[in-house]
Design a binder for this molecule. Structure first.
Ligand SMILES: Cc1cc2nc3c(=O)[nH]c(=O)nc-3n(C[C@H](O)[C@H](O)[C@H](O)COP(=O)(O)OP(=O)(O)OC[C@H]3O[C@@H](n4cnc5c(N)ncnc54)[C@H](O)[C@@H]3O)c2cc1C
Length: 245
């Protein structure tokens, strides 16, 4: 039973990992694919079970079938697989991420452990978009704003530590932590829900920080499902330009 289970699931050994990405390029953020099960062949076979057929190797016909399924949003054959990622991201990114309910999550608890001194500091300031109330546009640098942002974080974290030292419980002292504090979680999805996430979060109207993670998810997942994700890129991938964070 155990052997059968191991054969069905491809554990990605450390040496085979495509690498641990740093989506926000600050040496703290991270995105790592920790486990994958299933393949493009399983997608094709899930569709072929409808007429009692099974393929043992992916063929050109299977690739055409996957293209048809992806193009026409026949989504259920993309659900018989699983990808797990270990992610480190600012709390404000994770607030957006966890709105995607058709996935599984486990997150570090700042009730159990003290929050580390890890904060997301933007590399550039983005201006408020003039017409889209949700978006930003243009970038600028300001040493004065950098100093203000850092001073606010320092003060918040110092006060957090003072509360802990005074015997306040972690679960209540954490109320002082800014939403740029890093948190860590495990995200497990299938290809159907991954593609749904990518459709919404790679797009230009999503916040640049979560778009960076969405790009990373695609980069790490695509080598394991080259046909399915290749066909998603061909048929559905939203237009993207370079993302500034
Ligand atoms: C650019 C952008 C801006 C956003 N802005 C805001 C905002 O200002 N405020 C805000 O609150 N949210 C906002 N969201 C979050 C958004 O409303 C969704 O919660 C999020 O994108 C997850 O999408 P989803 O529900 O389709 O995904 P999932 O939760 O993963 O669900 C996948 C699919 O399952 C089905 N489903 C899941 N749950 C239910 C249910 N309860 N009933 C029926 N069908 C269900 C739906 O078909 C859904 O599309 C924003 C999202 C984006 C991408």
């Amino acid at each position: 039973m155990q052997k059968e289970k191991l054969e069905q699931e491809v554990y990605v050994p450390a040496s085979d990992r495509i690498g641990q990405l740093d989506p926000l390029s600050d040496g703290i953020s991270s995105l790592e694919l920790i486990r994958v099960s299933g393949s493009d062949l399983d997608v094709a076979n899930a569709a072929r079970v409808s007429y009692g057929k099974v393929s043992t190797e992916i063929s050109e016909r299977d690739k055409k079938l996957i293209s048809f399924l992806m193009k026409h949003k026949h989504t259920s054959p993309f659900e018989h697989n699983q990808l797990s990622f270990r992610i480190k991201a600012p709390i404000f990114v994770v607030r957006q991420w966890m709105r995607h309910r058709m996935n599984s999550y486990n997150e570090i608890s700042y009730r159990y452990v003290k929050a580390p001194v890890e904060f997301y500091i933007p590399g550039k300031w983005r201006g408020q978009h003039k017409t889209n109330r949700q978006c930003s546009e243009g970038t600028f640098q300001s040493a004065e704003l950098d100093a203000k942002y850092r001073a606010a974080i320092d003060m918040a974290y110092k006060s957090y530590e003072e509360l802990l030292e005074a015997g306040v419980a972690r679960e209540i002292a954490r109320g002082l932590l800014p939403v740029c504090t890093y948190t860590e979680f495990i995200f497990t999805c299938n290809l159907h829900s991954l593609v749904h996430f990518l459709n919404l979060r790679i797009k230009v109207d999503a916040q640049p920080e979560i778009r960076k993670y969405a790009q990373g998810l695609l980069e790490l997942a695509e080598p394991h499902f080259p046909v399915s994700l290749g066909k998603w890129k061909e048929h559905w991938m939203p237009k993207t330009e370079e993302i500034t964070v």
